[in-house]
Design a protein around this ligand. Structure first.
Ligand SMILES: Cc1ncc(COP(=O)(O)O)c(C=O)c1O
Length: 371
């Protein structure tokens, strides 16, 4: 049976460009041979360019959540005081992982739909008077479609001598996050988001200046051990079997990003976001995040009009229009839909999404402001 054509607009996995799909058709090779080492050496260089970091980028067969755990066990020790800045579901998950490993987490939970600010973070660090080892934060909060001002937050964290550990699973490549320039110590990412590669590769980049913290951390670790991975990486190898096929795909995806140009890639994400946001407003619908300054370039959250349940809207978009979008999480379940514009997404995709959204709402009886 042929899969029906569908437009994949969930915030991961995202659509795969044909060049990436083709690259993954190559035969699997032995990962202990010179051809693999050549692939992995090239990949490491490209990943350092992507993260804009001089340190290390680790590649794991894993989902993004594994990378959050990898950061916790490689940088922290039990009872270490950390500040968890959470603006939504994924911030809560990062902090929960740290708590499970016995880290002493102070929560700075902000209202869903808002962003943190450097002032709020500085105040939280100063008022508690705890010697925070690290600040943990989400770059792009996927549950609310909000981006945190990581550059400015990094300044106040660094002034206070703490590590800055960032979950950029859904933000990396969609919006700038130059690690060395902004002094971010570790960044987690995953293949199935703006990197246009199927799920299965987790990435963590570590700034050179932060390496000492990895050596000092007391948390037990094996699979995620950056020290072991670094040893192997120095001769273009991995400690255990890498997902070779996916790495071919990631390599091709990075070539696409650099061919387009990183700045042009960011710019396209912003353009596509603006097109969608303007279209939503013109339809008379409400954006969950009205303020453009904190609105994510990775995805957009739209309020479901009164009288319609988000689940019904999602099913209508899927069954009648072959468009996959995501719903809200926790208290936003049924109240918002989330439309991704990460990676291999262009203006034409957003025009389709807007047209289908308008039709699906009409199908469900919505007529207010509908031209
Ligand atoms: C910001 C953020 N962090 C972490 C994750 C977890 O990634 P995964 O589902 O690959 O474990 C996601 C997934 O959507 C995410 O958006």
């Amino acid at each position: 049976m042929f899969a029906e054509k569908e437009l994949l607009l969930v915030p991961g996995p995202t659509p795969i460009p044909p060049q990436v799909q083709r690259a993954m058709m190559r035969p699997v090779i032995n990962h202990r041979c010179p051809a693999y080492e050549e692939l992995f050496a090239g990949l490491q260089e490209k990943l350092k360019r992507l993260f804009a970091v001089n340190g290390e980028v680790f590649v794991f067969p894993a989902a993004g959540t594994g990378m959050l755990e990898a950061i916790v066990v490689n940088f922290l020790s039990p009872n270490d005081p950390v500040l968890m800045v959470s603006i939504g579901w994924f911030g809560d998950r990062f902090g929960e992982i740290a708590e499970r490993f016995g880290v002493n987490v102070t929560w700075l939970k902000l209202e869903w739909g808002t962003a943190a600010t450097p002032e709020i973070v500085a105040k939280a660090m100063d008022e508690t008077k705890k010697p925070f080892k690290a600040v943990l934060i989400t770059h792009n909060e996927t549950s609310t479609a909000v981006v945190n001002p990581v550059k400015d937050i990094a300044k106040v964290v660094k002034e206070r001598g703490a590590l800055l550990l960032v979950d950029a699973v859904s933000g990396l490549a969609a919006m700038p996050l130059p690690m060395d320039e902004w002094q971010i110590d570790a960044v987690a990412a995953a293949s199935q988001k703006a990197l246009m590669t199927p799920p299965g590769i987790g990435l963590v980049a570590v700034r050179e200046e932060a390496w000492e913290a990895v050596e000092m951390a007391q948390m037990p670790r094996f699979y995620w051990d950056f020290r072991l991975a670094r040893k192997f990486q120095s001769h273009n190898q991995n400690p255990y079997t890498p997902p070779v096929t996916l790495l071919y795909g990631l390599d091709a995806a990075l070539d696409l990003i650099f061919d387009e140009g990183m700045d042009a890639f960011f710019e396209r994400h912003k353009r596509v976001r603006d097109l969608l946001r303007n279209g939503i407003r013109e339809m008379g619908l409400e954006l969950f995040v009205p303020d453009d300054k904190i609105a994510s370039c990775s995805l957009t959250a739209v309020k479901v009009p009164e009288g319609i349940h988000g689940g019904d809207l999602i099913r209508q978009l899927r069954n009648k229009y072959r468009i996959e979008v995501a719903g809200g999480q926790e208290h936003l379940r049924g109240k918002i839909i989330r439309i991704s514009h990460m990676g291999y997404i262009h203006e034409s995709d957003m025009l389709l999404a807007l047209g289908a959204l308008k039709s699906a709402l009409k199908d469900l009886g919505w007529s207010r402001n509908c031209p």
